[in-house]
Design a protein around this ligand. Structure first.
Ligand code: NAP
Length: 349
């Protein structure tokens, strides 16, 4: 048994020299190197932006969505949507652990991978036949490979797997929001969360509250989501606006904050086109956290320049130390968050 590269470069088929995330194709061979772990896959969680793109492209035809997901995995040796570039994550049972694996996992352990599917070698063996193509969560059978530098978390025993998977998928958002809000501002910052009724959005609201933001504004797209926000009880103000309509969005955020932009704006919407609205909604000297994978770097950078907006812009790195535990802590602290997640896990029809 030979040792692999801790970052998985030995699994890259093409283009040579790239890291797994940027690769077109990975080798998903279930045979492991002595620092790898093989996981017996039970469920994939497709990233929201990726699932929405596929669902929209196929007009809601679940069979067509399933066929395309299978075709992507077979062609690429991983689940990375070629349009959105995003993946998701998975849960499964540890099947084999190489003797030099540093991850501390044991065969038989039920885990969620906390590294993206975009760099996880994946082979599907059941043609996804138990999935109707209508939800982000995909019951699946197959194998996935973790490298020396991958991360994984045991599934908590007191939480249903589907819920844990959905929470872990977006757990980078609340941890980053806590970090940004807790920075030493001269006074506690105001926070606006776009897409607040979604998974990363609602966790971000909870994190902003937990980090003692001065005021938290939940921006949602319609009255149904506004009612969900009232029930959740984590926002000081609720604004209904289309996050892709920059002027309307900025007006609503300003109104909620008595004529000022937000000190911190968090973009958790799963559709493209929110960059300019987020920038316009942010106070001078404030920070925009782009957690959404549908964010365009040129739109954000050129948009801020074109608006002469002096704002800091952060890409929502999905990894922040302690992110999984922090997200679980928030879920346990707010039972209504669990309710909201459970309503979202059901699927898009
Ligand atoms: P989600 O649960 O589907 O939430 C998205 C929310 O945005 C939903 O409430 C949705 O409303 C709302 N929305 C959609 N279009 C809108 C619009 N035009 N105006 C206002 N609100 C709108 O998604 P999620 O799982 O939290 O993911 C959010 C984003 O984070 C995605 O882009 C995903 O790819 C990204 N993500 C990033 C990372 C990372 O590491 N950075 C990790 C995971 C996910 P409806 O449901 O009514 O459409």
């Amino acid at each position: 048994m030979s040792t692999g590269s801790p970052v998985g470069s030995h699994r890259v088929v093409s283009p040579a020299g790239s890291l797994p995330q940027a690769a077109d194709r990975l080798d998903p061979d279930p045979e492991i190197k002595d620092d790898e772990v093989r996981v017996s896959v039970e469920r994939l969680n497709l990233d929201a932006a990726s699932f929405r793109q596929l669902h929209t492209k196929h007009g809601g035809d679940g069979d067509a969505v399933r066929a395309e997901v299978l075709a992507i995995i077979e062609a690429r040796g991983k689940m990375q949507n070629p349009v959105t570039g995003s993946g998701g994550m998975l849960i499964g049972t540890v099947d084999a652990v190489g003797p030099r694996s540093p991850l501390g996992l044991k065969p038989g352990q039920k885990i969620a991978t906390l590294v993206s599917l975009t760099l996880t070698p994946l082979r599907i063996t059941d043609r996804l036949e138990r999935w109707d193509g209508s939800s982000e969560q995909v019951p699946a059978q197959g194998t996935a490979i973790l490298f020396g530098r991958s991360i994984a978390a045991p599934i908590p025993e007191d939480m249903p797997e589907e819920l844990a998977l959905a929470v872990f998928d977006v757990c980078g958002a609340p941890a980053l929001v806590r970090r940004v809000v807790s920075r030493r501002y001269h006074s506690a910052p105001t926070v606006a969360v776009l897409g607040a009724a979604g998974k990363s959005g609602s966790l971000s609201l909870a994190a902003a509250k937990d980090a003692r933001a001065a005021k938290v504004v939940a921006v949602v797209r319609d009255e149904i989501e506004a009612a969900q926000m009232r029930r959740l009880g984590l926002a000081d103000k609720i604004a209904v606006a289309d996050a892709t309509d920059p002027l309307h969005l900025a007006r609503e955020v300003n109104e909620a904050l008595h004529g000022r932009g937000a000190d911190v704006t968090v973009v958790c919407v799963d559709v493209p086109g929110c960059e300019h609205g987020a920038i316009l909604s942010t106070a001078t000297g404030g920070t925009v956290v782009f957690f959404s994978m549908a964010t365009s770097f040129p739109q954000a950078a050129l948009g801020a320049e074109g608006l002469a907006a002096d704002v800091e812009m952060l890409i929502g790195n999905g990894y922040v130390p302690g992110h999984a535990d922090y997200a679980l802590h928030l879920m346990n602290a707010h039972p209504r968050l669990k309710e909201l997640f459970n309503t979202r896990i059901g699927g898009r029809h």
